[in-house]
Design a protein around this ligand. Structure first.
Ligand code: HEM
Length: 381
C-alpha cells in the first residue's frame, strides 16, 4: 500500500453529513452518485456537475500564475509561524501546522476579508472539524451536534460575505484593492452562461477548507520529523537550501517559483514523505481487476525513509498516487508541494525540532500521526 492509495472500503457517512448540509444529505457513498443531489460538496456530486465545478475552481488554485500570486504570502506566513512557534515552548506541532495551512487556504479564497472575519471562520471550522468523524449523535453536548451547529454558523458567515460582495458590485461602490477566489466564484460562468448559486459557492468553500489543509499539515509535520530523525538526510537537504541562498541575486528578498523548482533533493524528500505517510490511504474507486498491495518489489524496504530511492526513479504508472489520479486528481497538488517546500526551506535554514516523546505511539486512523499530535519544541538556531 505504501505510495499507492488503492484500497476500496466503505466508510461511515458521518464525515459527509457534517461537511454537507445534513438536511439535504442522502446516504450512500460518493461514487453511487446518481441519486445524490448536486447541492452537496464536490466529492459527492454527479459527474457532470463535478466536471463543471472542478473546471471553474482548479485553475485559480494550481496554475503557474496562481502559484506566483500565493508564494509571497505562503513564505511570509511560514516564516512568521516558525518564529512564533520558537517562542512558544512546548506545542502540539501538528495542530500549529493545521493553523498555518488553514490560513493559507483562507488567504487563497478570502484574502480581502478582515482579520476578525477570518478568525470567526477559523473558530467555527475548528468546531466542525472536531465533529467530522465523531459518532453521529445529534444531541446537545456531543461533538457531532456541535459540528452541525458550527456548519450552520459557517454558512451564515459565508452568506454574509457573499451578500456584501454582491451589494458592492450591484451598487458600484468603491473598487476593492484586492481580489480573491471568492470574487472569481461570484462572477464565473460556465459554457452555458450559468453562474454559481450562493449554495454552490458555500459548499465549495467548505469542501476546499476541508480538503486543503489537513493533508498539507500532516505532510509538513512528518517531513520535519523525518528530516530531524535522519541527520544525514537533514544535512544534504540543508546544503541544497544554503546553495539557493548563496546563488540568489543581491537585492532579491524571498523565494521565487523558479528557485522552488531548483530543489531536486528537497523535492525527493517531499515525494518520499508523501510515499511514506500515504496520507490518503484510500480513494474510492471500483477495482476492475485484482491487484496486489504491499508488493515490496515496487518499494524495497517500504518503511525506510530514503529520499535517495528517487535518484533515478521514474515510478511505474499507478505505483505512486499520493494525490489520486484521473478526473479526480487532487487539484491542490502543486499548491501543496509549494507550501511544504517553502516551510521546509525555512525550517532547514533556521530551526530544529525537539520532540517531547520521540517514541510516542503512532495512530493510523483517520491519518498517520503521533498520538500526542507531535508534542515538541521548535528551536531557533
Ligand atoms: C499533501 C497534501 C495533499 C494530499 C496528500 C492530497 C491528496 C488528495 C487525494 C488522494 C485526493 C483524492 C483524489 C482521487 O480521488 O483520485 C484529493 C482530492 C482533493 N484535494 Fe487534495 N491533497 C492535498 C492537498 C490539497 C490542497 C492544498 C487542496 C486545495 C487547495 C486540495 C484539494 C482537493 C480537492 C478539492 C479534492 C477533490 C477533487 C475532486 O474530487 O475532483 N488538496 N486530494
Amino acid at each position: 500500500m505504501f505510495g499507492s492509495p488503492s484500497i476500496i472500503v466503505t466508510t461511515p457517512d458521518t464525515c459527509r453529513k457534517v461537511l454537507n448540509d445534513d438536511e439535504h444529505f442522502k446516504p450512500g457513498w460518493p461514487l453511487s452518485t446518481e441519486e445524490l443531489s448536486g447541492r452537496n460538496s464536490f466529492i459527492t456530486i454527479p459527474s457532470k456537475d463535478h466536471k463543471r465545478l472542478r473546471k471553474l475552481t482548479a485553475a485559480p488554485i494550481n496554475g503557474h500564475e496562481a502559484l506566483s500570486n500565493y508564494i509571497e504570502y505562503i513564505e511570509e506566513i511560514s516564516k512568521t509561524t516558525l518564529d512564533k512557534l520558537s517562542k512558544m515552548g512546548e506545542i502540539e506541532f501538528l495542530n500549529q501546522l493545521r493553523k498555518l495551512t488553514f490560513r493559507i487556504i483562507m488567504f487563497i479564497f478570502l484574502s480581502s476579508e478582515s482579520e476578525s472575519i477570518l478568525e470567526a471562520l477559523e473558530k467555527e471550522y475548528t468546531t466542525l472539524n472536531h465533529g467530522l468523524r465523531a459518532m453521529a449523535i445529534n444531541i446537545p453536548g456531543f461533538a457531532f451536534h456541535r459540528a452541525l451547529k458550527a456548519r450552520k454558523n459557517l454558512v451564515a458567515v459565508f452568506q454574509a460575505i457573499i451578500d456584501e460582495r454582491r451589494a458592492v458590485k450591484r451598487d458600484g461602490v468603491a473598487i476593492k484593492a484586492k481580489s480573491d477566489i471568492m470574487d472569481d466564484l461570484l462572477e464565473v460562468k460556465d459554457e452555458n452562461g450559468r453562474k454559481l448559486t450562493d449554495e454552490e459557492i458555500i459548499d465549495l468553500l467548505i469542501m476546499y477548507l476541508n480538503a486543503g489543509h489537513e493533508s498539507s499539515a500532516h505532510t509538513i509535520m512528518w517531513a520535519t520529523v523525518l528530516l530531524q530523525q535522519n541527520p544525514e538526510i537533514f544535512q544534504k537537504a540543508n546544503a541544497e537550501q544554503e546553495e539557493i541562498i548563496k546563488k540568489r541575486p543581491a537585492g532579491q528578498n524571498g523565494l521565487t517559483l523558479k528557485e522552488t523548482r531548483k530543489m531536486p533533493y528537497l523535492s525527493q524528500v517531499v515525494d518520499e514523505t508523501l510515499r511514506w505517510v500515504t496520507f490518503s490511504f484510500v480513494v474510492f474507486r471500483e477495482a476492475i481487476s485484482d491487484c496486489k498491495i504491499n508488493d515490496p518489489k515496487v518499494w524495497p524496504e517500504p518503511m525506510k525513509f530514503n529520499p535517495s530511492r528517487w535518484d533515478d526513479l521514474a515510478p511505474k504508472a499507478g505505483t505512486f498516487l499520493p494525490f489520486g489520479a484521473g478526473s479526480r486528481l487532487c487539484p491542490g497538488n502543486d499548491l501543496a508541494k509549494l507550501e511544504i517546500s517553502i516551510f521546509l526551506h525555512h525550517f532547514l535554514l533556521g530551526y530544529r525540532l525537539e520532540r517531547t516523546n520521540p517514541e510516542c505511539l503512532v495512530q493510523f486512523l483517520p491519518h498517520r500521526r503521533p498520538k500526542d499530535a507531535c508534542l515538541a519544541r521548535v528551536k531557533k538556531i
